[in-house]
Design a protein around this ligand. Structure first.
Ligand code: CP
Ligand code: NVA
Length: 300
Protein backbone atom coordinates (compact mmCIF):
# COMPACT_ATOMS: atom_id res chain seq x y z
CA UNK A 1 0.00 0.00 0.00
CA UNK A 2 1.69 3.22 -1.23
CA UNK A 3 -1.27 5.62 -1.20
CA UNK A 4 -4.92 5.68 -0.22
CA UNK A 5 -6.51 7.19 -3.32
CA UNK A 6 -9.60 4.96 -3.44
CA UNK A 7 -10.69 1.73 -1.72
CA UNK A 8 -10.77 -0.14 -5.02
CA UNK A 9 -6.94 0.02 -5.01
CA UNK A 10 -6.74 -1.99 -1.77
CA UNK A 11 -7.04 -5.75 -1.53
CA UNK A 12 -9.37 -7.34 0.99
CA UNK A 13 -6.27 -8.27 3.05
CA UNK A 14 -4.97 -4.70 3.02
CA UNK A 15 -8.34 -3.37 4.21
CA UNK A 16 -8.51 -5.93 7.03
CA UNK A 17 -4.93 -5.16 8.01
CA UNK A 18 -5.76 -1.42 8.33
CA UNK A 19 -8.84 -2.28 10.41
CA UNK A 20 -6.85 -4.56 12.70
CA UNK A 21 -4.24 -1.87 13.29
CA UNK A 22 -7.02 0.69 13.89
CA UNK A 23 -8.50 -1.59 16.58
CA UNK A 24 -5.06 -1.92 18.17
CA UNK A 25 -4.48 1.86 18.16
CA UNK A 26 -7.91 2.46 19.67
CA UNK A 27 -7.15 -0.05 22.41
CA UNK A 28 -3.75 1.48 23.14
CA UNK A 29 -5.18 5.00 23.34
CA UNK A 30 -8.05 3.92 25.59
CA UNK A 31 -5.65 2.23 27.97
CA UNK A 32 -3.19 5.10 28.09
CA UNK A 33 -0.23 3.64 26.25
CA UNK A 34 -0.35 5.31 22.84
CA UNK A 35 3.06 5.15 21.18
CA UNK A 36 4.67 7.80 18.93
CA UNK A 37 4.83 5.54 15.88
CA UNK A 38 5.32 8.54 13.56
CA UNK A 39 7.75 10.58 15.67
CA UNK A 40 8.89 13.65 13.75
CA UNK A 41 6.89 12.91 10.59
CA UNK A 42 5.07 15.73 8.83
CA UNK A 43 1.67 15.51 7.14
CA UNK A 44 0.31 18.27 4.88
CA UNK A 45 -3.50 18.55 4.79
CA UNK A 46 -4.84 20.36 1.71
CA UNK A 47 -8.49 21.37 1.97
CA UNK A 48 -10.46 22.71 -1.00
CA UNK A 49 -13.74 21.99 0.82
CA UNK A 50 -15.01 22.43 4.39
CA UNK A 51 -14.41 19.82 7.08
CA UNK A 52 -14.92 19.18 10.77
CA UNK A 53 -14.14 15.49 11.29
CA UNK A 54 -11.50 14.95 8.64
CA UNK A 55 -9.46 17.96 9.61
CA UNK A 56 -9.61 17.48 13.37
CA UNK A 57 -9.11 13.70 13.31
CA UNK A 58 -6.08 13.89 11.01
CA UNK A 59 -4.54 16.78 12.92
CA UNK A 60 -5.01 15.29 16.39
CA UNK A 61 -4.20 11.83 15.08
CA UNK A 62 -0.85 12.99 13.77
CA UNK A 63 -0.16 14.76 17.08
CA UNK A 64 -0.95 11.58 19.01
CA UNK A 65 1.46 9.66 16.79
CA UNK A 66 4.27 12.08 17.61
CA UNK A 67 4.17 13.86 14.27
CA UNK A 68 3.06 17.23 13.00
CA UNK A 69 0.17 18.18 10.70
CA UNK A 70 -0.07 21.36 8.65
CA UNK A 71 -3.49 22.69 7.67
CA UNK A 72 -3.25 24.05 4.12
CA UNK A 73 -6.32 25.78 2.74
CA UNK A 74 -6.54 26.36 -0.99
CA UNK A 75 -7.32 29.98 -0.20
CA UNK A 76 -3.77 30.32 1.08
CA UNK A 77 -1.89 27.95 -1.23
CA UNK A 78 -0.73 29.01 -4.69
CA UNK A 79 -2.77 26.06 -5.98
CA UNK A 80 -5.82 28.29 -5.40
CA UNK A 81 -4.24 30.81 -7.82
CA UNK A 82 -3.59 28.23 -10.48
CA UNK A 83 -0.21 26.67 -9.66
CA UNK A 84 -0.43 23.22 -11.27
CA UNK A 85 -0.85 20.17 -9.07
CA UNK A 86 2.19 18.51 -10.67
CA UNK A 87 4.39 21.37 -9.42
CA UNK A 88 2.74 21.56 -5.99
CA UNK A 89 3.22 17.80 -5.62
CA UNK A 90 6.92 17.93 -6.45
CA UNK A 91 7.52 20.87 -4.10
CA UNK A 92 5.57 19.51 -1.13
CA UNK A 93 7.25 16.11 -1.54
CA UNK A 94 10.53 17.80 -0.58
CA UNK A 95 9.15 19.10 2.75
CA UNK A 96 6.60 16.54 3.91
CA UNK A 97 6.37 12.80 4.63
CA UNK A 98 2.76 12.52 3.47
CA UNK A 99 -0.19 14.54 2.27
CA UNK A 100 -3.93 14.33 2.74
CA UNK A 101 -6.09 16.04 0.13
CA UNK A 102 -9.78 16.97 0.16
CA UNK A 103 -10.86 18.30 -3.19
CA UNK A 104 -13.40 18.06 -6.02
CA UNK A 105 -11.82 16.01 -8.78
CA UNK A 106 -10.47 12.52 -8.15
CA UNK A 107 -7.91 13.25 -10.89
CA UNK A 108 -6.27 15.83 -8.64
CA UNK A 109 -5.38 13.31 -5.91
CA UNK A 110 -4.33 10.77 -8.55
CA UNK A 111 -2.11 13.40 -10.21
CA UNK A 112 -0.59 14.40 -6.89
CA UNK A 113 0.39 10.77 -6.35
CA UNK A 114 1.74 10.50 -9.88
CA UNK A 115 3.96 13.59 -9.76
CA UNK A 116 4.89 13.63 -6.08
CA UNK A 117 7.07 11.14 -4.24
CA UNK A 118 5.22 10.92 -0.88
CA UNK A 119 2.13 8.92 0.17
CA UNK A 120 -1.17 10.60 -0.73
CA UNK A 121 -4.37 10.07 1.27
CA UNK A 122 -7.75 10.94 -0.23
CA UNK A 123 -9.69 12.92 2.38
CA UNK A 124 -12.79 13.07 0.10
CA UNK A 125 -13.36 13.85 -3.54
CA UNK A 126 -16.58 14.03 -5.55
CA UNK A 127 -15.86 10.40 -6.48
CA UNK A 128 -15.13 8.74 -3.16
CA UNK A 129 -14.40 8.97 0.57
CA UNK A 130 -12.18 6.00 1.51
CA UNK A 131 -11.14 7.24 4.99
CA UNK A 132 -14.76 7.50 6.04
CA UNK A 133 -15.53 3.99 4.85
CA UNK A 134 -12.56 2.48 6.70
CA UNK A 135 -14.02 4.01 9.89
CA UNK A 136 -17.48 2.73 8.92
CA UNK A 137 -16.19 -0.82 8.39
CA UNK A 138 -14.35 -0.64 11.71
CA UNK A 139 -17.60 0.39 13.43
CA UNK A 140 -19.64 -2.37 11.80
CA UNK A 141 -17.12 -5.01 12.87
CA UNK A 142 -16.98 -3.58 16.39
CA UNK A 143 -20.76 -3.75 16.82
CA UNK A 144 -21.52 -6.93 14.86
CA UNK A 145 -18.35 -8.91 15.65
CA UNK A 146 -17.59 -9.76 12.01
CA UNK A 147 -18.72 -9.04 8.45
CA UNK A 148 -20.16 -12.54 7.98
CA UNK A 149 -23.70 -12.75 6.59
CA UNK A 150 -24.29 -9.02 6.87
CA UNK A 151 -26.19 -6.79 4.49
CA UNK A 152 -25.37 -3.10 4.27
CA UNK A 153 -28.03 -0.86 2.74
CA UNK A 154 -27.45 2.69 1.51
CA UNK A 155 -30.43 5.05 1.11
CA UNK A 156 -30.10 8.18 -1.02
CA UNK A 157 -27.64 9.75 -3.40
CA UNK A 158 -25.24 7.55 -5.36
CA UNK A 159 -22.46 9.92 -4.34
CA UNK A 160 -18.88 9.66 -3.05
CA UNK A 161 -20.09 7.82 0.08
CA UNK A 162 -22.13 5.29 -1.89
CA UNK A 163 -19.20 4.69 -4.26
CA UNK A 164 -16.79 3.91 -1.43
CA UNK A 165 -19.29 1.98 0.68
CA UNK A 166 -20.17 -0.45 -2.08
CA UNK A 167 -16.50 -1.25 -2.62
CA UNK A 168 -15.79 -1.54 1.12
CA UNK A 169 -18.85 -3.69 1.79
CA UNK A 170 -18.20 -6.09 -1.06
CA UNK A 171 -14.47 -6.40 -0.38
CA UNK A 172 -15.21 -7.36 3.23
CA UNK A 173 -17.83 -9.91 2.14
CA UNK A 174 -21.05 -8.06 2.98
CA UNK A 175 -24.06 -7.88 0.68
CA UNK A 176 -24.73 -4.32 -0.52
CA UNK A 177 -28.01 -2.72 -1.55
CA UNK A 178 -28.75 0.83 -2.60
CA UNK A 179 -32.02 2.67 -3.08
CA UNK A 180 -31.61 5.84 -5.13
CA UNK A 181 -33.79 7.86 -7.50
CA UNK A 182 -33.31 7.48 -11.25
CA UNK A 183 -30.46 9.68 -12.41
CA UNK A 184 -28.67 9.59 -9.04
CA UNK A 185 -27.04 6.16 -9.30
CA UNK A 186 -23.48 5.49 -8.13
CA UNK A 187 -20.57 5.39 -10.59
CA UNK A 188 -21.36 3.06 -13.49
CA UNK A 189 -17.98 1.35 -13.49
CA UNK A 190 -18.27 0.55 -9.81
CA UNK A 191 -21.80 -0.80 -10.28
CA UNK A 192 -20.47 -3.23 -12.89
CA UNK A 193 -17.59 -4.18 -10.59
CA UNK A 194 -19.97 -4.74 -7.66
CA UNK A 195 -22.30 -6.94 -9.73
CA UNK A 196 -19.37 -9.08 -10.82
CA UNK A 197 -17.73 -9.35 -7.41
CA UNK A 198 -20.45 -9.69 -4.81
CA UNK A 199 -24.05 -9.54 -3.83
CA UNK A 200 -25.33 -6.22 -5.13
CA UNK A 201 -28.83 -4.77 -5.51
CA UNK A 202 -29.80 -1.37 -6.90
CA UNK A 203 -33.42 -0.21 -6.84
CA UNK A 204 -35.58 2.91 -6.62
CA UNK A 205 -37.61 1.22 -3.85
CA UNK A 206 -36.35 2.02 -0.35
CA UNK A 207 -38.20 -0.90 1.31
CA UNK A 208 -36.80 -3.39 -1.16
CA UNK A 209 -33.26 -2.16 -0.45
CA UNK A 210 -33.69 -2.07 3.32
CA UNK A 211 -35.42 -5.43 3.72
CA UNK A 212 -33.33 -7.68 5.95
CA UNK A 213 -30.48 -5.16 6.21
CA UNK A 214 -28.12 -5.25 9.20
CA UNK A 215 -26.67 -1.80 8.57
CA UNK A 216 -28.63 1.16 7.24
CA UNK A 217 -26.50 4.02 5.95
CA UNK A 218 -27.44 7.40 4.59
CA UNK A 219 -25.85 10.70 3.62
CA UNK A 220 -26.97 14.19 2.65
CA UNK A 221 -29.08 14.77 -0.46
CA UNK A 222 -26.83 17.60 -1.66
CA UNK A 223 -23.10 17.17 -1.19
CA UNK A 224 -20.47 19.89 -0.95
CA UNK A 225 -20.29 21.64 -4.32
CA UNK A 226 -23.94 20.84 -5.16
CA UNK A 227 -25.47 23.73 -3.23
CA UNK A 228 -27.11 25.17 -6.37
CA UNK A 229 -28.99 21.87 -6.90
CA UNK A 230 -30.45 21.91 -3.40
CA UNK A 231 -34.06 22.52 -4.49
CA UNK A 232 -34.16 20.03 -7.34
CA UNK A 233 -32.52 17.44 -5.11
CA UNK A 234 -35.05 17.98 -2.32
CA UNK A 235 -37.72 17.06 -4.88
CA UNK A 236 -35.84 14.07 -6.29
CA UNK A 237 -34.97 12.59 -2.89
CA UNK A 238 -38.36 13.00 -1.24
CA UNK A 239 -39.11 9.58 0.27
CA UNK A 240 -35.44 8.56 0.38
CA UNK A 241 -35.37 8.96 4.11
CA UNK A 242 -34.21 6.75 6.98
CA UNK A 243 -37.25 6.83 9.28
CA UNK A 244 -39.21 4.52 11.60
CA UNK A 245 -41.12 2.93 8.74
CA UNK A 246 -37.93 2.09 6.85
CA UNK A 247 -36.29 0.71 10.00
CA UNK A 248 -39.26 -1.63 10.49
CA UNK A 249 -38.33 -3.60 7.35
CA UNK A 250 -34.63 -3.85 8.27
CA UNK A 251 -33.35 -6.58 10.60
CA UNK A 252 -34.37 -6.24 14.24
CA UNK A 253 -30.97 -5.18 15.54
CA UNK A 254 -30.01 -3.14 12.50
CA UNK A 255 -27.52 -0.39 13.16
CA UNK A 256 -27.70 3.05 11.56
CA UNK A 257 -24.62 4.88 10.34
CA UNK A 258 -24.17 8.37 8.92
CA UNK A 259 -20.89 9.94 7.84
CA UNK A 260 -22.12 13.36 9.09
CA UNK A 261 -22.97 16.18 8.87
CA UNK A 262 -26.63 15.04 9.07
CA UNK A 263 -29.70 16.96 7.95
CA UNK A 264 -32.51 15.90 10.25
CA UNK A 265 -35.87 15.83 8.53
CA UNK A 266 -34.22 15.25 5.13
CA UNK A 267 -32.22 12.03 4.71
CA UNK A 268 -32.87 10.91 8.31
CA UNK A 269 -35.49 11.69 10.94
CA UNK A 270 -34.42 13.16 14.28
CA UNK A 271 -35.84 10.19 16.21
CA UNK A 272 -33.94 7.53 14.21
CA UNK A 273 -30.78 9.64 14.42
CA UNK A 274 -31.04 9.98 18.20
CA UNK A 275 -31.97 6.32 18.70
CA UNK A 276 -28.70 5.41 16.95
CA UNK A 277 -26.57 8.32 18.14
CA UNK A 278 -24.18 6.02 20.05
CA UNK A 279 -23.30 4.13 16.87
CA UNK A 280 -23.08 7.28 14.75
CA UNK A 281 -20.73 9.08 17.12
CA UNK A 282 -18.61 5.96 17.66
CA UNK A 283 -18.32 5.91 13.87
CA UNK A 284 -17.15 9.55 13.97
CA UNK A 285 -14.58 8.70 16.67
CA UNK A 286 -13.35 5.79 14.59
CA UNK A 287 -12.22 8.23 11.92
CA UNK A 288 -9.35 9.04 14.27
CA UNK A 289 -8.27 5.44 14.81
CA UNK A 290 -8.73 4.33 11.20
CA UNK A 291 -6.75 7.28 9.83
CA UNK A 292 -3.97 6.83 12.37
CA UNK A 293 -3.74 3.26 11.09
CA UNK A 294 -3.62 4.47 7.47
CA UNK A 295 -0.87 6.98 8.29
CA UNK A 296 1.16 4.31 10.09
CA UNK A 297 0.81 1.94 7.14
CA UNK A 298 1.88 4.61 4.65
CA UNK A 299 4.37 6.77 6.54
CA UNK A 300 6.17 4.55 9.04
N1 CP B 1 -17.63 12.80 7.43
C1 CP B 1 -16.76 13.76 7.13
O1 CP B 1 -15.87 13.59 6.30
O2 CP B 1 -16.90 14.91 7.85
P1 CP B 1 -16.20 16.30 7.58
O3 CP B 1 -16.74 16.82 6.28
O4 CP B 1 -16.58 17.14 8.75
O5 CP B 1 -14.71 16.10 7.50
N1 NVA C 1 -21.43 13.36 0.43
C1 NVA C 1 -20.98 14.33 1.39
C2 NVA C 1 -20.09 13.69 2.41
C3 NVA C 1 -19.58 14.60 3.48
C4 NVA C 1 -18.66 13.91 4.42
C5 NVA C 1 -20.25 15.46 0.67
O1 NVA C 1 -19.47 15.17 -0.23
O2 NVA C 1 -20.48 16.61 1.01
Amino acid sequence: MKHLLKLADLSREEILSVLNLADQLKYERKNGFSKPYLQGKKLGMIFQKSSTRTRVSFETGMYELGGYALFLSNRDLQIGRGEPVEDTARVLSRYLDGVMIRTFEQKEVEDFAKYGSIPVINGLTDYCHPCQVLADLMTVREVKGSFKNLKLCFIGDGNNMANSLMVGAIKTGMAFSIACPKGYEPDGGLVEWAKANGEFTMTEDVSEAARGADVIYTDVWASMGQESEKQSREKAFKGYQVNGELMSVANKNAMVLHCLPAHRGEEITADVFEAHADEIFEEAENRLHAQKAVMCKLMK
